[in-house]
Write a protein that binds this ligand. Structure first.
Ligand code: ADP
Ligand code: MG
Length: 261
């Protein structure tokens, strides 16, 4: 299987008032087509920095990021992004927010009518059919994230990049959103790189969980999740689920101890 995303020898340093800090060191991994790969790590381990570089919003100090074997040199519509904060335009309706990228799609000479149709079907798929004319401030946090996911999927990105997208939601909404994401992306058509600090979420969503350690951010462990798909919420009660979760928690604690030492 060929990898959609290849990260090789990635290093990121930041210049700060008190000197240079190494945010990421020797980070290397692949994400295969149709895989959901989750990244967990303590706060400050470089998760957001890593995602920003894959998004092309920041450049590595050393190393390479290849998307379909092409180096990532800047942002592009081949990557969809969802952040913890929904980043919707407050003055645009759900429909207009989701369809926003059609302006860019038109730029690429793709069919604007097909893009508008895709926006409509995505709004239905994320359960916002009745709210397509609502403004972001009229929606709950979960609904705003639904709109953000629909918008990120509009251009049929090669990879969906998600940085703690459900981090600000209550536990029940969060589970609903996990279920929704799996319904949209958990059948192998969409490749996802998902950052979270919730271990249960990482194990539930992921085909693999990458554990980052802090200071500097390095891959401490890479743990396969061999649970059948489609994933159902009931699987969280499965003994195999608990076993994998324990493995990730143990790796994460070891990474934290190392950082504190
Ligand atoms: P995480 O998302 O895992 O919490 P970040 O990627 O936000 O971690 O940050 C990793 C490290 O890099 C932290 O020590 C943070 O302070 C530092 N860092 C991130 N962005 C910058 C920046 N623009 N300038 C200086 N330091 C930064
Ligand atoms: Mg972060």
């Amino acid at each position: 299987m060929s990898a959609v995303l290849k990260v090789r020898g990635l290093r990121k340093e930041f210049e700060t008032g008190s000197g240079r800090i190494v945010a990421l060191r020797d980070v290397a991994f692949d994400v295969n087509a149709g895989e959901i790969v989750c990244i967990v790590g303590p706060s400050g381990s470089g998760k957001s920095t890593l995602l920003a570089m894959v998004a092309g919003l920041d450049a590595p100090t050393a190393g390479h990021i290849l998307l379909d074997d092409e180096p990532v040199l800047g942002p592009g519509s081949d990557r969809g992004m969802v952040f913890q904060k929904d980043c919707l335009f407050p003055w645009l309706t759900v429909e207009q927010n989701v369809a926003f990228a059609t302006a860019l799609a038109r730029h690429k000479r793709s069919d604007p009518e097909a893009a508008a149709e895709r926006a409509r079907s995505l709004i239905l798929a994320v359960g916002l059919g009745a709210f397509k004319r609502a403004l972001p401030r009229q929606l709950s946090g979960g609904m705003r994230q639904r709109a953000a996911i629909a918008r990120a999927l509009l251009c049929q990105p090669r990879i969906l990049l998600m940085d703690e997208p459900f981090g600000a939601l209550d536990a029940q909404t969060r589970e609903q959103m996990q279920d929704l994401l799996l319904g949209l992306c958990g059948r192998g058509e969409t490749t996802v790189l998902f950052v979270t600090h919730d271990v249960e979420e990482a194990v539930f969503l992921g085909d693999r969980v990458i554990v980052l350690s802090a200071h500097p951010g390095e891959i401490a462990a890479e743990i396969p999740v061999v649970l059948p798909r489609p994933r159902e919420l009931e699987q969280k009660l499965d003994p195999e689920f608990s076993r994998v979760r324990r493995e990730v928690v143990t790796a994460l604690r070891a990474a934290r101890r190392e950082a504190a030492a």
